[in-house]
Design a protein around this ligand. Sequence first.
Ligand SMILES: *[C@@H]1O[C@H](CO)[C@@H](O)[C@H](O)[C@H]1NC(C)=O
Ligand SMILES: *[C@@H]1O[C@H](CO)[C@@H](O)[C@H](O)[C@H]1NC(C)=O
Ligand SMILES: *[C@@H]1O[C@H](CO)[C@@H](O)[C@H](O)[C@H]1NC(C)=O
Ligand SMILES: *[C@@H]1O[C@H](CO)[C@@H](O)[C@H](O)[C@H]1NC(C)=O
Length: 283
Amino acid sequence: MPRAFLDALFSLVAWPSLESLVDGSDQLFWGVVQPLSEMTKLSYTATWGSYYRPYAQNATVTGWRRGPEVNPEAGMRALSFLQTDGSLGVIAFRGTDLNSSGISGQADACANEVLGGDKLSELCGNFSTHQLDYYSRAMEFAEELAARHPSTSWLFTGHSLGAELASLVGALRAVPALGFAAPPLKPVLRRKHLQVTVTRWSSLTLYDEHDPLRFQSKGELLGMNCSWPSTAPIPGCRACEADPLLTREVCQECFAATHTFSNYLKHVRKGTRPTCHGAPMTA
Ligand SMILES: *[C@@H]1O[C@H](CO)[C@@H](O)[C@H](O)[C@H]1NC(C)=O
Ligand SMILES: *[C@@H]1O[C@H](CO)[C@@H](O)[C@H](O)[C@H]1NC(C)=O
Ligand SMILES: *[C@@H]1O[C@H](CO)[C@@H](O)[C@H](O)[C@H]1NC(C)=O
Ligand SMILES: *[C@@H]1O[C@H](CO)[C@@H](O)[C@H](O)[C@H]1NC(C)=O
């Protein structure tokens, strides 16, 4: 990472507002988004599940040390990062393990059914209600860290299910969230009868323009969104956009090409800024 990007966060006592990121310099934008993307990657590779890599277990990001984490073999997983020489902190919530042959992916699939208000699959009986309530486990972790580090300025991040938890917990705790590729968020709040005061600057979600989760989330996010032009535009994604159900083959193809976090890392490494759009103020 170029030194200038790292310096963008040095000596800040609080995270810059999401508004200043969207409107501000490249240095500030990448100074925030680049380390968050590395932390989000570690949320997959340093935790139990099919993306685990031994070298990542204790790895961190330059300028940050790893803080407490939640890392069960099946259940909500999250890492925390504390600036080594400053006041900033990050929780990176982990996204879905798409390999459902192991208990990590099975628990994630069940947790997504819980969040989506869907009928639970039979194998979900293998897990406790407590274990599948990722939203509450994420809230607990955020509360615990806030109590342990009361003077830290927090920001939440994550990809997919991780972005969903980051934005929901962020909205409830008035902590800004910057996530990648979140699914629709407002339906979860409606189902849970949660009242939150969100502004367009509570949360920022970044998408690949052809990610079917972007199509599904239109009007259902809690704040701003930005999108990158697709790295390899797939013609079928236009057809998916019209009816973005992941059970449709055209959407599955589009999902496989755009939704993975490795695709998002490509966008970050390429260094082209995404185009940002305003969002409605109400939840
Ligand atoms: C990570 O740290 C723990 C605790 O210090 C240690 O037991 C483990 O071996 C380390 N893992 C790796 C891959 O270095
Ligand atoms: C899923 O995980 C299992 C081990 O639980 C592994 O054998 C298999 O290769 C993985 N499948 C994919 C598609 O990565
Ligand atoms: C999970 O539940 C299914 C169906 O209820 C069962 O067949 C399976 O063996 C269970 N798996 C584990 C790991 O307990
Ligand atoms: C992104 O913001 C624009 C402008 O407010 C909005 O029309 C669109 O629905 C948002 N996209 C998503 C995925 O919510």
